[in-house]
Design a protein around this ligand. Sequence first.
Ligand code: ATP
Ligand code: MG
Length: 273
Amino acid sequence: MSAAIHADGASSGVVSGRHLVAGELDVSHGVVLYLEDIAVSFDGFKALNGLSLSIDSGELRCIIGPNGAGKTTLMDVVTGRTRPDAGSCYFGQTIDLMKMSEADIAHAGIGRKFQKPTIFENHTAFENLELALKADKRVRSTLFARLGSAERDRIAQTLERIRLAGQADRQAGLLSHGQKQWLEIGMLLVQEPKLLLLDEPVAGMSDEETERTAELFLGLAGSHSLVVVEHDMAFIESIARKVTVLHEGSVLAEGPLAQVQADPRVIEVYLGR
Ligand SMILES: Nc1ncnc2c1ncn2[C@@H]1O[C@H](COP(=O)(O)OP(=O)(O)OP(=O)(O)O)[C@@H](O)[C@H]1O
Ligand SMILES: [Mg+2]
């Protein structure tokens, strides 16, 4: 009986006490993220300068650009960490991210992976996903409640997806660098985000791990929208569809990888320094 109530509460997206600030995600126009004319200054320095960007629902977008181009700042704006001085930022058609707190933005379905994994090293891989699932405010659960079978299934599927099914009971601290990164991605996935922001996800990974990560992202695209920032061009080549080149806080070029790589302005920015 209690399991049935539990499962129902989780699947209907009922939130105890609070609800999504601006309603459900509306991607009826095919756009999951829309930024227009964003400006961010730090002590007069323009980190983002008239940045406009549109990401389609289900898209896997790569963002490249030299150090200091504003890539991480862009993610800070989308996740509510940094408030822009100007511009607008919408999640789907109706959710105005500028009016929301960092917590509410995460709650609305935008997951962000930071470079340094924030996993619980003393817990197993399974327990890490369990903790992430229970931290999801849409799931009516407490830290001490037993997992329902739907939740166990979700964790098992996620372990499969991030290639850690065989490591479920392994202490997270003992996993390889790449496996820790995947575990952190898994901790986002159990919360079923609509949009995933990944900042330099393959930094420090072995070639093998980098290839596995490319497969993971390609498998997530479609059912998820992904924005991937990376300097590793071999990795970018293996996943690239549409690529955005950022430079001095705004979009320098956008299109298929071969096209932006042949763009004289892009070549100038990468080679002329
Ligand atoms: N909190 C801050 N205070 C002051 N300046 C900042 C702050 N955050 C970023 N900057 C500056 O804004 C610019 C853009 O930084 P950002 O981290 O977004 O670049 P990036 O494209 O992610 O670079 P990288 O490829 O090196 O990670 C840089 O010149 C950086 O020094
Ligand atoms: Mg950065």
